[in-house]
Design a protein around this ligand. Structure first.
Ligand code: GDP
Length: 139
């Protein structure tokens, strides 16, 4: 399996409930390294640009509102097969369908406030990583 980098976001509901440490522990105990990290409050434009692929979805406005409602912790995770591994640790989008023991099964409040984001493919991981981190931060 290849060494990969993937983008992770601890969403506003996770930061608000003081879950940063618990979530990073799960990444680290699964063999992923936190290769870069920042805590920011997204602007509307940043959130809209990040979720541009969902622009036509009925929940887009609500999703942007939610993602700008408080600080988030954005990180780059690195490891063997990091993209799929992170998706596995996160669990399904809808916490009701997330496998037991996954972050979303344990912590998510709803299908929208589902605590974490993770890139779903190599192309999105490359786009999303560069969206939030510059070359110096990714050294
Ligand atoms: P992900 O890759 O598992 O995060 O899921 P998607 O790419 O399909 O959706 C992006 C984000 O939009 C999700 O993580 C949720 O925060 C939100 N979302 C997805 N589906 C719904 C929905 O049906 N309703 C609402 N309100 N939000 C949703």
């Amino acid at each position: 399996m290849a060494l990969e980098r993937t983008l992770s976001i601890i969403k506003p509901d996770g930061v608000k409930r003081n879950l940063i440490g618990k979530i990073f522990t799960r990444f680290e105990e699964s063999g992923l390294k936190v290769a870069a990290v920042k805590r920011v409050t997204l602007t509307r434009a940043q959130a809209e640009g990040f979720y541009a692929v969902h622009r036509e979805r009925p929940f887009f406005a609500s999703l942007v509102e939610y993602m700008t409602s408080g600080p988030v912790v954005i990180s780059v995770l690195e490891g063997e097969g990091a993209i799929a591994k992170n998706r596995e640790i996160m669990g399904a989008t809808d916490p009701k369908k997330a496998a037991p023991g996954t972050i979303r099964a344990l912590f998510a409040e709803s299908i929208e406030a589902n605590t974490v984001h993770g890139s779903d493919a190599p192309e999105t991981a490359a786009f999303e990583t560069r969206y939030f981190f510059n070359a110096f931060e990714l050294l």
